[in-house]
Ligand binder design. Structure first.
Ligand SMILES: CCCCCCCCCCCCCC(=O)CC(=O)SCCNC(=O)CCNC(=O)[C@H](O)C(C)(C)COP(=O)(O)OP(=O)(O)OC[C@H]1O[C@@H](n2cnc3c(N)ncnc32)[C@H](O)[C@@H]1OP(=O)(O)O
Ligand SMILES: NC(=O)C1=CN([C@@H]2O[C@H](COP(=O)(O)OP(=O)(O)OC[C@H]3O[C@@H](n4cnc5c(N)ncnc54)[C@H](O)[C@@H]3O)[C@@H](O)[C@H]2O)C=CC1
Length: 252
């Protein structure tokens, strides 16, 4: 799929990995539409990149439809990159007592249901595109996490939400093959973003030290680099790619 002059929606695009993807799309001559809750950061980045910002809660059908309408009004929507996500931590039974059911539902709702909501709406919008020389109409990238495979202590909600994203990848790719839309997932390891930097320094160091090589957190531009490769390689479909420096997370 070509990026130049095409519209790409990036959820969670106001920060971290999503912001890096919005920047990559702009650098490649594409038209990034940043869909995020963070109004100020989103508008500022959109202004810097010559993109657009649409305030959006990915769990909202109305917000998602509004994003796709803005995208379609700007040009040909050819891609969606789902980066919106939250990562609260709580043990099933911890010093503060039993894991909140509401918290579990919120994490699943944002990370899994929100990803599905935006993906189905983008797929419907892209299904009307003319095909390119590969027969493609669009590309959808989901963001999981290594926690989908090695969730740590306190990650019951987060890890299961990300395992759900991994599980969504192949059936959605199978469903959308007839529409010429590919679906791929990136499972990042430890990446230097506000989400990670919000953790205590000792936790950040412990995680960074777990990475065999390179022994450091990933950079957001490295995530965007893989997203670009996925967009441009028509043979990548229905799979989850770990981007993690060979980390295999320990219990804590
Ligand atoms: C303090 C850290 C804050 C973390 C904030 C979360 C931000 C997450 C951002 C992650 C970005 C996403 C990146 C990604 O996708 C890739 C990754 O996943 S990177 C890995 C990220 N890892 C985590 O997020 C780990 C999350 N888990 C935790 O932070 C901790 O497990 C948690 C804060 C949930 C609980 O910590 P803990 O200190 O162990 O508190 P506890 O409540 O479990 O226990 C403390 C202490 O209390 C006693 N106790 C506990 N349970 C009981 C019990 N049932 N009965 C009696 N006593 C109990 C006991 O003395 C405990 O001490 P221990 O040493 O554990 O015995
Ligand atoms: N930073 C890391 O180490 C890793 C991050 N990830 C995942 O990558 C994705 C991006 O994470 P980061 O860039 O690190 O985090 P971040 O916190 O920097 O960015 C997440 C963005 O999502 C937005 N968001 C949250 N809930 C939303 C909602 N309901 N609707 C719309 N936007 C919403 C936030 O406003 C924020 O701008 C997340 O899905 C996260 O779980 C996965 C593995 C590692």
């Amino acid at each position: 799929m070509q990026i130049n002059d095409k519209v790409f929606v990036i959820t969670g695009g106001a920060s971290g990995l999503g912001a890096a993807c919005a920047r990559m799309i702009a650098e490649q001559g594409g038209r990034p539409v940043i869909a995020d809750l963070q109004h100020e950061a989103g508008k500022a980045l959109a202004a810097e990149l010559g993109g657009k910002f649409v305030r959006c809660d990915v769990t909202s059908e109305g917000d998602g439809k509004n994003v796709m309408q803005h995208a379609a009004a700007w040009g040909q929507l050819c891609g969606l990159i789902n980066c919106a996500g939250i990562a609260p931590a709580a043990k099933v039974v911890g010093k503060d007592g039993i894991h909140s059911l509401q918290l579990f539902q919120q994490v699943i709702n944002v990370n899994l249901v929100g990803t599905f909501n935006m993906s189905r709406l983008a797929a419907a919008a892209m299904a009307d595109n003319p095909v390119n020389d590969e027969g493609e109409r669009g590309i959808i990238i989901l963001t999981a996490s290594v926690a989908a495979f090695e969730g740590q202590l306190g990650q019951a909600a987060y890890a299961s939400s990300k395992a759900g994203v991994v599980g969504l990848t192949l059936p959605m790719a199978r469903d959308l093959a007839r529409n010429g839309i590919r679906v791929m997932t990136i499972a990042p390891g430890i990446f230097e973003t506000p989400m990670l930097l919000g953790m205590p320094p000792e936790v950040q160091k412990a995680l960074g030290d777990m990475v065999p090589f390179p022994q450091r957190p990933g950079r957001s531009a490295e995530f965007a680099h893989l997203a670009k490769a996925i967009i441009e390689n028509a043979m990548l479909n229905g799979e989850t790619i770990r981007l993690d420096g060979a980390i295999r997370m320990q219990p804590k």
